[in-house]
Design a protein around this ligand. Structure first.
Ligand SMILES: [Zn+2]
Length: 286
């Protein structure tokens, strides 16, 4: 139904001397079809779905994009604080739980819960925390986020739901590492494979000047196609896509995510990119 629906005015399907046209508001009549509302709202009232379909790239008609824009705006200061702590200049010895020297960046993690009224809150005020796993290069500390069940069982009240996890992808210190090669990297193969696959759940990445989000739109498909049981294949494919690209590291990582997760309608995960953190405008990529 939703896929077949078209705005009859826009497509010029109604002959102006036809009965349907004469009965319509444009034709001078007063009888409206319920679908006419879509002309103004972009939503088919019979199905509640967007009339623009999955290929639509205009965030104004995308409710998930609107949710992400709103989240990024509301928590701008919290996200900026997390990023600042992640970088070399923001590191404090007490931030680092396993005595990593200061000349390192460290990913930070945080969790957000949707309240009864639809707004979001931090699971704990100022609850962000640093990663503790040191990557093999010994210069980059990655986060192992607290498990879904831990957050869900300990911090979610009645009527609320746990929906968003955030982690940072900080840029390396230019004095000691590959600065350009680490800027604005999209979610990794591990991020894709291991994040919880619950309906509406969002993995959100805060990078230097960009933001990224993976959104579960179909729980069953996302688990079947991109679940943790597929982690080896996902990480291998992602790495291959990343390495065969000649684009900038940021572009290559975005394309690796797109190729690895495929179409949102097929595999259940939608991928959004916001190119300018200070002005949230998340655009669907797949
Ligand atoms: Zn990551």
């Amino acid at each position: 139904m939703a896929n077949k629906f078209q705005n009859p005015w826009e497509k010029n399907q109604w002959a102006q001397d036809g009965e349907e046209y004469k009965k319509s508001a444009v034709g001078g009549g007063t009888e409206w079809l319920p679908e006419d509302a879509a002309f103004f709202t972009g939503v088919n009232p019979n199905t509640g779905e967007s009339v623009y379909g999955n290929g639509e790239k205009d965030s104004a008609n995308d409710s998930i994009a609107q949710k992400l824009n709103s989240f990024a705006s509301t928590f701008r200061n919290v996200l900026a604080r997390m990023y600042r702590k992640s970088t070399y200049t923001g590191n404090k010895p007490e931030d680092i739980s396993n005595n990593i020297p200061l000349k390192e960046v460290v990913e930070y993690g945080h969790h957000f819960i949707r309240a009864k009224d639809g707004s979001y809150r931090e699971y704990q005020i100022d609850g962000e925390y640093p990663g503790t796993l040191v990557a093999s290069s010994q210069v980059y500390t990655i986060i192992q986020l607290r498990p879904y069940s831990y957050i869900n069982n300990n911090f979610v009240k009645r009527g609320e739901s746990y929906e968003i996890e955030v982690h940072t992808h900080p840029t390396f210190d230019p004095l000691v590492n590959n600065y350009e090669g680490s800027r604005n990297l999209a979610p990794s193969g591990q991020d894709i494979a291991y994040f919880p696959k619950f309906k509406d759940y969002i993995l959100f990445v805060e990078a230097e000047s960009m933001q990224f989000a993976l959104v579960v739109i179909n729980e069953k498909k996302s688990r079947q196609r991109l679940g943790v049981n597929k982690s080896t294949r996902i990480v291998d494919e992602y790495t291959r896509f990343l390495n065969e690209s000649s684009e900038s590291p940021a572009e290559a990582s975005i394309n690796a995510v797109k190729k690895t997760i495929g179409q949102a309608k097929d595999n259940g995960i939608a991928f959004y990119v916001n190119e300018i953190k200070s002005k949230p405008d998340f655009i669907l990529q797949n």
